[in-house]
Design a protein around this ligand. Structure first.
Ligand code: ARG
Length: 279
């Protein structure tokens, strides 16, 4: 994909929803006719998904701006609970904040409008040192240290780079029609091999630090803008484990352009180092 376009996608993630005019210009760009989505039957969920059930992903949290406005209005990215005080998210989600006190984490419900939603302040955050190396959006991970523990179930992080069959991802991102849901959406997406992803994206795809998922042939199912930072998961021995972090894609649910995820197995031990520092 062309570099300028990818940059716009990244910028979009930071400004979506909050700055009406900017977001509109940008989402218009993302949804324009240049790349028609999924051969006409473009579904309007996470892109192609369904609402997540309460408690289905008890490690899924939202990341947003501190301050005025409803949680729904302040929500920007997703994240996964690693411990009662540490959240894993995307580096590109963290770089939009100048300091931890601009940021909050939403937990306790899949519904940003629920009375059960808990808003927690942030004490510190860490952006991967090799973020954007060796290519743009490589090592797209970062960690958030919460001000106080939250009552959420952690997810185990995959340790081996693997081939998968089907993966699932969830978040509060763009439904594919430039609207955003209050209830997190989920979708199952076929794993896409490194070779196929490289064929789709060329050098923009770094097989070492990224993995891909989507319906290459038909499109229609994908993460989208605003889902960044959230989990993509595989079932192993009857449990879901975290295999990736929503990172980027050319459009959303476009045939031939799968979703790209940061491959957590590649930086599992670097995550542990930060966890050690913070404990
Ligand atoms: N960069 C987007 C975000 O910040 C995520 C894009 C994911 N796109 C995709 N087609 N899977 O929310």
């Amino acid at each position: 994909m062309d570099r300028k376009r990818k940059h716009l996608l990244r910028l979009g993630a930071g400004v979506a929803a909050g700055l009406g005019a900017v977001a509109l210009t940008w989402t218009g760009l993302a949804a324009n006719a240049e790349e028609p989505a999924a051969g006409g039957d473009f579904e309007t969920k996470i892109v192609g998904g369904e609402p997540a059930a309460e408690g289905q992903y008890p490690w899924l949290v939202g990341l947003g701006y501190a301050g005025d406005g409803t949680p729904f209005e302040r929500q920007r990215c997703g994240g996964s609970v690693l411990t009662e005080t540490v959240i894993l998210t995307a580096a590109h989600c963290l770089e939009i904040f100048d300091s931890p006190d601009e940021m909050v984490v939403f937990s306790g419900s899949v519904d940003l409008e629920s009375d059960d939603l808990v808003e927690t302040a942030v004490a510190d955050f860490h952006i991967a040192h090799d973020y954007n190396e060796p290519v743009d959006l490589a090592n797209d991970w970062g960690l958030i240290l919460l001000d106080e523990p939250i009552d959420a179930e952690p997810i185990d992080v995959g340790t081996e780079p693997e081939e998968f069959d089907v993966l699932e991802t969830a978040g509060w991102g763009n439904l594919g029609d430039d609207t955003y849901p209050a209830v997190a959406q989920r979708v199952e997406v076929p794993f896409v091999s490194d070779d196929d992803c490289e064929a789709a994206y060329g050098d923009a795809f770094d097989a070492q630090t990224m993995l891909c998922a989507g319906d290459l042939e038909n499109g229609g199912i994908d993460a989208c803008d605003g889902d960044s930072g959230g989990p993509i998961m595989a079932e192993e021995d009857g449990e879901l484990i975290l295999v990736g972090i929503v990172s980027w894609g050319d459009g959303c649910g476009v045939a031939g352009s799968p979703g790209v995820y940061a491959e957590v197995a590649d930086f599992n031990s670097a995550i542990d180092d930060v966890l050690d520092d913070w404990s």
